[in-house]
Design a protein around this ligand. Structure first.
Ligand code: 5GP
Ligand code: MN
Length: 336
């Protein structure tokens, strides 16, 4: 394992760099990646940002996102960039399986691999690591990387500040989650000082629904929400047909699970969606209910204690039944 200081020395010379992040990037994945992208470009590196899949349209305003290459649309070109890279930055994930179609080519690459991440249980594939599971967002760690490890606060442009702000804002549920420490607020204040227009970012991310997305939300609240009061749990089970009916695309279901958690007394919420090729789960909890443990034990996934995800090849009704069958095991935590 190399030290961040060794990486700093390496970055004093021009490098061929690839940045990548997890499949279906969210605001933190894309925000942290774009921030690092803008910062590395400033110093003359040859940088390519390659994302494994498309991302939600509510992020399509982000500065520099038009430069990101979607791996599956440009596989040959992307493979070449990865093979020729001196350094690969892996942001907001710590298992190579999270980059799905890119896993094999990144694993094979002899480039120096740098992990910047805040999920628990990192896989040992990297050469340099900035990892802290207590960080509110990978964007917080990228701020720490630039300001403290690379000693370059003055190198944070308005574009970088905007990208980092978006990452921290989305991963903290707009500064609501327990991960939102005083230090996070100090960083956010600094990012505003450095040019992030906070009110505009909230506007872009949250006031960009299509009419059909909003109607889908109403439909789900009315027809797809099941509250299980004896376990303080709530489930949205969304059928493939529902997605089709409302023309739902990547990112349109983001945030839906929080409505289940917002029911008074609910401590564990599940969003279970039939994505046709597989069932996708998103869990959210309050307190000590370990969403990541539930996802890794039962749904081939992981994440954080209060927010995790997973998937299954079973049918929607089987996954819902599995989820319900787990609840008695966590009864103490759910009802205390
Ligand atoms: P979401 O429910 O928004 O998809 O994800 C919540 C959190 O769980 C995120 O931090 C995300 O990185 C993590 N996560 C989501 N899906 C998976 C998965 O399939 N595997 C793992 N290891 N983590 C996941
Ligand atoms: Mn994150």
């Amino acid at each position: 394992m190399l030290l961040l200081n060794d990486l700093k020395k390496k970055l004093a010379e021009q490098q061929k760099i690839v940045i990548t992040t997890h499949y279906k990037p969210d605001g933190d994945a894309l925000g942290s990646s774009l921030a690092l992208y803008h910062w590395l470009i400033k110093y003359g590196h040859e940088v390519t940002l390659i994302v494994p899949s498309d991302y939600p349209s509510f992020l399509s305003w982000m500065p520099g996102q038009e430069d990101a290459i979607i791996y599956t649309s440009h596989q040959e070109k992307s493979d070449k960039q990865i093979e020729e890279a001196d350094i690969i930055f892996c942001l907001d994930f710590n298992h190579l399986s999270r980059i799905q179609p890119m896993e094999a080519v990144v694993r094979k690459s002899t480039a120096l691999k740098v992990m910047i991440d805040h999920h628990i249980g990192p896989e040992d594939f990297d050469d340099v690591r900035l990892w802290d599971y207590k960080a509110a967002a990978t964007a917080q760690l990228v701020y720490d990387f630039i300001v403290n490890h690379m000693d370059d606060r003055q190198g944070i442009s308005a574009e970088i500040a905007t990208s980092l702000y978006t990452g921290i804002m989305t991963d903290t549920g707009s500064f609501r989650f327990p991960s939102t420490t005083a230090e996070v607020h100090r960083i956010i204040a600094d990012l505003i000082t450095l040019g992030a227009q906070n009110w505009k970012i909230h506007e872009y991310v949250f006031n960009s629904s299509t009419e059909s997305r909003l109607k889908f939300l109403g439909f789900c609240l009315l027809n797809r929400l099941e509250v299980i009061p004896e376990y303080n749990a709530a489930i949205f089970a969304i059928e493939a047909e529902d997605l089709k009916q409302f023309n739902i695309t990547t990112g349109d279901t983001e945030g839906l699970v929080n409505y289940a958690l917002s029911v008074s007394g609910i401590r564990l919420a599940a969003l279970i969606i039939d994505r046709t090729e597989r069932i996708k789960l998103s869990l959210r909890s309050v307190g000590d209910i370990p969403c990541n443990e539930i996802c890794s034990r039962y749904f081939e996934g992981g994440g954080h204690k209060n927010a995790a995800g997973g998937h299954s090849k079973k049918s929607l009704s089987e996954v819902v039944a599995t989820f319900k069958s787990i609840l008695p095991e966590y009864k103490n935590l759910l009802t205390k």
